[in-house]
Design a binder for this molecule. Structure first.
Ligand code: ADP
Ligand code: MG
Length: 320
């Protein structure tokens, strides 16, 4: 059983940044507005994420660490319309099988916090702490040395973690984030507007040369910012696309945006953008297998055309 969970964990938590992603998604699913990410040694030594969300009741703490226990969907029907980032109930159990995990949490009506250490078999004990949850993950892969060998340098692993934080922070300007590495604060973003958050994360040159995009309504809506070529000469990593709030890297969507840029601006440089597509969840299948970020649209032609035309129309304002 331990072995099986370690194998499964290998898929969920490929590397420290995958842990960061799962913990951040849980914090957001809990309605947090303030999230702190503390990393040590690229996340391998420690990943501790503190949020101010609704917390986990003491009797639920063992469930949080149990495999296939999720509080987020009650039936298979809910799967079609899942509104939370997580729903498999797999992440924490997997993480706990390859690292030392401690969860400390306090719900709004509890007199104090409680904690659980290790696994779902751990005992729940009173603790201290503010409202919300801290999940502290230490010594990743301590018991699976083969996997540990696949990790890259501390700086590389840190870079992947920071990229996950950036991605998520870009899509949630309504939440404050702070990121520290080895005790040093690297980033801190207060709650703000999408315009300001994207300027903070993508830089002032993006903020100074970008167009706001807002197209569609109801079942199909695209919004965000498209950078102009001068805005992003220095960034190869400034393209962000979200589908129903989830970061994706999807060929069809990237192609649609790129084609629109080429159509209007003719260059082959590829500027920064931050775009969010919201559509009826029944019309898209987001494969949220932890290591994948794929989407399948029921009508991919229609989505491609919609995105292409929306970006094209927006960019055309510059040549008008
Ligand atoms: P999933 O997110 O797919 O439900 P996880 O293994 O990521 O599964 O988390 C298991 C459960 O633990 C969640 O369903 C949720 O009830 C609880 N949980 C995890 N993290 C938090 C958090 N930061 N705040 C509140 N509840 C949490
Ligand atoms: Mg989760």
């Amino acid at each position: 059983d331990q072995l099986i969970s370690q194998i499964a964990a290998g898929e969920v938590v490929e590397r420290p940044s995958a842990v960061v992603k799962e913990l951040l998604e849980n914090a957001l699913d809990a309605g947090s507005t303030q999230i702190t990410v503390r990393l040590e040694e690229g996340g391998v030594k420690r990943i501790a994420i503190t949020d101010n969300g609704r917390g986990i009741a003491p009797e639920e703490l063992p469930l949080a660490l149990a495999r296939h226990a999720t509080s987020k969907i009650a039936s298979l029907n809910d799967l079609e319309n899942v509104g939370t980032l997580g729903f498999r109930g797999e992440a924490l159990a997997s993480i706990a099988s390859v690292a030392a995990v401690r969860i400390t949490s306090r719900t709004p009506n509890a007199a104090h916090a409680f904690e659980i250490v290790g696994s779902h078999e751990g005992t729940v004990a009173p603790s201290s702490g503010a409202f919300g949850t801290t999940i502290d993950v230490q010594d990743l892969y301590f018991n699976t040395p083969a996997r540990r060998k696949f990790l890259k340098s501390e700086q590389t692993e840190y870079g992947h973690c920071a990229e996950i934080v950036r991605r998520i922070a870009l899509s949630r300007p309504d939440v404050s984030f702070s990121l520290t590495h080895n005790g040093r604060t690297i980033d801190h973003w207060n709650v703000s507007e999408a315009a300001k958050r994207s300027a903070q994360i993508l830089g002032n040159d993006f903020a100074e040369a970008r167009l706001e995009l807002e197209e569609g309504a109801g079942p199909l809506r695209l919004y965000g910012y498209v950078g102009l070529p001068t805005a992003s000469k220095a960034r190869a990593d400034g393209q962000f696309f979200y589908v129903n709030g989830r970061y994706v890297r999807d060929k069809l969507l990237v192609h649609a945006v790129r084609a629109a840029y080429q159509d209007v601006l003719h260059g082959d440089r590829f500027p920064s953008y931050v775009l969010s597509l919201d559509l009826d969840p029944a019309l898209v299948d987001v494969n949220v297998h932890p290591s994948k970020i794929e989407v399948r649209f029921r009508d991919s032609r229609a989505v491609h055309q919609f995105v292409f035309h929306a970006v094209q129309r927006t960019l055309a304002q510059t040549s008008a």
